[in-house]
Design a protein around this ligand. Structure first.
Ligand SMILES: CCCCCCCC(=O)CC(=O)SCCNC(=O)CCNC(=O)[C@H](O)C(C)(C)COP(=O)(O)OP(=O)(O)OC[C@H]1O[C@@H](n2cnc3c(N)ncnc32)[C@H](O)[C@@H]1OP(=O)(O)O
Ligand SMILES: NC(=O)C1=CN([C@@H]2O[C@H](COP(=O)(O)OP(=O)(O)OC[C@H]3O[C@@H](n4cnc5c(N)ncnc54)[C@H](O)[C@@H]3O)[C@@H](O)[C@H]2O)C=CC1
Length: 307
């Protein structure tokens, strides 16, 4: 149940709603990001409903959460394995799963979407849930590259819609980008900011601009690394070593590209290139296109820039 500093809103206009303290959340999409977000939210005492399209996928998501929790407790409870096991069970009790998004959102303070990076599919999902979720419920997307305002446009709750962009791997990466569109209310923005802090993350405020802060810098950097290699000015291995040892990055650009997925990077660059064709930062790479066409998408397919 949500707590308000003012009154509960049940009508179409929700201007009376003040900061929603997010306790119950529904995460749509139990893949890499959704499962990671569910894990951290549940670990910090939130009640999480995780939704995906099949029970098999959801079983895999929960197994992944359990595996990641084991890595966490190995460190956190190094001297007390029993307390570690107890922690894992407690966290897992905070997570329930469902294939029915409509009923899962019924008593949620926040619906956070982490499904496939496709505008139409995200719009369809939110458009449907807008009619089913309570009026006070905040909607947010974890999109990497799509405008939040475009996704929100399928709903009638533009003031209660924002972006919450987490980083991979969610249990390890401290940052959350909190994105406000021109229609996001201050109350909604504050609620999302406070929720990020309650998850133990460090939030930064972003405008609804392409790539927000991190990806706007990371994508051109990664593309330039690929083009540098294509021009024959450095091997992948040397460029990776250079950025790790010379710039202190935990992974080099080719390692990171394999980690996040070459198809994902191509999707983002293609989208930005279509919108801003003259911008050399978003120019395509033949090598990236070729690898993706061959199904070499990185870690998830077993081969990308590296095997
Ligand atoms: C970019 C262009 C377009 C992108 C578009 C889509 C993407 C986005 O929208 C936004 C993004 O997410 S961008 C990607 C951001 N992530 C990064 O940059 C990750 C960089 N790598 C790292 O930080 C470390 O290598 C990392 C933390 C991953 C691993 O650390 P290490 O390299 O030291 O390797 P390990 O020794 O295996 O791990 C260190 C400790 O971390 C624990 N751990 C790792 N993964 C975990 C996980 N999933 N769950 C729980 N624990 C985990 C691991 O247990 C280990 O702990 P210790 O045993 O104590 O060392
Ligand atoms: N992979 C990454 O490093 C990051 C990805 N993101 C963003 O997060 C979102 C999810 O990305 P990933 O977790 O990597 O994708 P993923 O492919 O691992 O997971 C997506 C999940 O959503 C499910 N799904 C698809 N359509 C659905 C629907 N209509 N209803 C319910 N479930 C549905 C799929 O079955 C799948 O399990 C994307 O928008 C992506 O851009 C954001 C930050 C980092």
């Amino acid at each position: 149940m949500a707590f308000f500093t003012h009154q509960i809103c049940r009508g179409f206009s929700c201007s009376a709603v003040r900061n929603v303290v997010i306790k119950q959340l529904t995460i749509i999409g139990g893949g890499l990001m959704g499962a990671g977000i569910a894990q951290v939210a549940a670990s910090t005492g939130h009640s999480v409903k995780l939704v995906d399209t099949s029970d098999d996928i959801l079983k895999k998501s929960v197994k992944g959460i359990e595996g990641s929790l084991k890595r966490v407790v190995k460190k956190k409870f190094a001297d007390k394995p029993e307390a570690g096991e107890e922690f894992i069970q407690k966290v897992l009790q905070n997570v329930s799963t469902s294939t029915d998004a409509g009923s899962a959102v019924q008593d949620s303070d926040l619906v956070l979407e982490a499904i496939v990076e496709n505008l139409k599919i995200k719009q369809d999902l939110f458009g449907r849930l807008d009619k089913l979720a309570p009026a006070h419920t905040i909607f947010a997307s974890n999109t990497s590259s799509l405008p939040i305002s475009d996704i929100a446009s399928s709903t009638s709750r533009l003031d209660r819609f924002g972006g919450l962009h987490f980083f991979n791997p969610v249990p390890m990466m401290k940052l959350v980008e909190v994105i406000a569109t021109s229609a996001t209310s201050q109350e909604t923005f504050d609620s999302l900011l406070n929720f990020s802090k309650a998850m133990g993350k460090v939030p930064v405020s972003c405008k609804d601009t392409p790539g927000f802060l991190v990806n706007r810098l990371l994508v051109p950097y990664m593309m330039e690394a690929i083009r540098l290699h294509e021009r024959g000015h450095g091997s992948k291995e040397d460029i990776d070593i250079a950025m790790k040892l010379g710039a202190g990055y935990p992974m080099g650009p080719f390692e990171l590209a394999d980690y996040v997925g070459l198809d994902t990077i191509k999707f983002i660059v293609d989208g930005w290139n279509a919108k801003d064709p003259g911008n050399p930062l978003f120019a395509q790479s033949e090598l990236l296109n070729k690898l993706v066409a061959e199904g070499k998408c990185g870690k998830k397919t077993g081969e990308g820039f590296y095997k």
